[in-house]
Design a protein around this ligand. Sequence first.
Ligand code: ATP
Ligand code: MG
Length: 149
Amino acid sequence: MKIETILVPTDFSDHADKAFATAIELARVFGSRIELLHAYDFGRWVTLDEATFSESLSHDLRRAAENKLESLVEHANTEGLDVSTRADFGIPSQVITERARETSADLIVMGSRGLGAVKRLFLGSVTARTLQTSPCPVFTVVDDHEASD
Ligand code: ATP
Ligand code: MG
């Protein structure tokens, strides 16, 4: 079994940070490259199509996402690893599945939950949807602190 490319979707939550740390360990074992991916949108303006919305806002959102991704990589111990970042506009589970196809990802490593505040949910909606649509296996990482709640 080859795991050449690992896709790590992040919403910048602690859960996703844990998933990224796990992916780094896996990448060291399997010699994989990692792509750290964030799907951004207009938040409460989600119903508007990107093309019809202010170009400068769209540009600012992308820049902000890219900066956060770069800072995550900078602060992780990725020495010797091939780690790239990517910010795409759209609905997270769709962006993740599409990107998994584009990169021929062998594995997706993501948090079981994210920024959502509903603690009783075992799986967040983005992860649940990705499990249904992903072209490759999905490794969900449970945050230790949360699991014991
Ligand atoms: P919900 O969003 O359903 O309220 P939640 O926020 O707790 O619940 P999810 O959003 O499913 O849970 O997050 C689970 C994982 O999905 C995160 O740890 C992260 O890996 C990934 N993820 C969530 N949102 C995004 C996003 N916008 N871009 C990339 N990855 C994401
Ligand atoms: Mg969420």
